[in-house]
Design a protein. Structure first.
Length: 72
């Protein structure tokens, strides 16, 4: 049976899927345009910060995909 989670993250109690196991759900930061991983659990209305520029972002639905917008 193949491992589904990264064993290094499991050491600290986190369940992080191995690369290639979970489909990529990504969006671009509207401020600096870096690609951010949203993950399968992302839902419209969720908030996050960009890891590069620090912008406060909100997940929005754009048709059949998720996107990011700057928080007001």
């Amino acid at each position: 049976m193949a491992k589904k989670y990264d064993p290094l993250w499991e050491i600290v109690g986190e369940k992080v899927p191995l690369q290639g196991v979970e489909p990529d759900v990504d969006a671009l930061c509207p401020n600096c345009h870096v690609r951010l991983h949203l993950g399968l659990e992302a839902r419209p209305g969720d908030t996050m910060d960009c890891g590069l520029c620090g912008a406060a972002l909100t997940v929005i639905a754009e048709g059949d995909r998720l996107d990011l917008e700057l928080e007001d």
